[in-house]
Design a protein around this ligand. Structure first.
Ligand SMILES: CC(C)(COP(=O)(O)OP(=O)(O)OC[C@H]1O[C@@H](n2cnc3c(N)ncnc32)[C@H](O)[C@@H]1OP(=O)(O)O)[C@@H](O)C(=O)NCCC(=O)NCCS
Length: 166
């Protein structure tokens, strides 16, 4: 039986409970907390009962493209469709803010590159040498982390696949 998961907007103390989950998307917990406190950012939680099992932080912008800053699903719950459902919940709110939603990931994060495309995002741009500040450089899948691949979801792009929220 599928456990029902609610994706809801959260703030304050409830948002602090998301830090351990979001840690897998951003190692610096203070950066996460600062985003959670930022009034232009909105946190989202996937809850199994009261337990957060997935989370995201979005910076909504009504003039520029909005951006998913962080998204993560609890390690034991990955691969069960939760990430897709969080993305779908965020996309439901996109028309209220504009038409374009961006998200960045590392060139070596092949899992995330697959995930975002499965969720209807397309490649938008590359921020070359974005990760140069990490020394010594990290590697994933044997690839040096160098560039940020920016993915975009554009509601005005007729070729976007609709993302079903199940
Ligand atoms: C990225 C992340 C949020 C995905 O969440 P998830 O719940 O595991 O993803 P889902 O189960 O909803 O998968 C959605 C789709 O992406 C695909 N997908 C997910 N991970 C994948 C992988 N490693 N390789 C290929 N496809 C993948 C799934 O197969 C699924 O496609 P389908 O519906 O056509 O079968 C999760 O892996 C995570 O928390 N990672 C660690 C934190 C992180 O790196 N965050 C992103 C920072 S940029």
């Amino acid at each position: 039986m599928t456990i029902p998961v609610r994706c809801i907007a959260v703030a304050g103390v409830a948002a602090e409970r998301l830090v351990p989950i979001l840690h897998d998307a951003e190692e610096d917990d203070e950066r996460i907390r600062s985003a959670l406190r930022d009034p232009s950012c909105q946190a989202y939680a996937a809850l199994d009962g009261d337990e957060p099992v997935g989370a995201a932080v979005v910076r909504w912008d009504d003039r520029e493209p909005s951006e998913i800053l962080y998204i993560a699903v609890a390690a034991g719950r990955r691969g069960t469709g939760l990430g897709r459902r969080i993305i779908a919940a965020i996309l439901e709110e996109l028309p209220g803010h504009g038409r374009e939603l961006l998200v960045g990931t590392a060139n070596c994060a092949l899992d995330n590159i697959a995930f975002y495309q499965k969720c209807g995002f397309r490649m938008h741009s590359v921020k070359r040498d974005f990760f140069d500040y990490i020394q010594p450089p990290l590697r994933e899948h044997g690839i040096i982390m160098r560039d940020m691949i920016v993915f975009g979801y554009d509601t005005g792009d007729a070729s976007e696949q609709p993302v079903k929220r199940v």
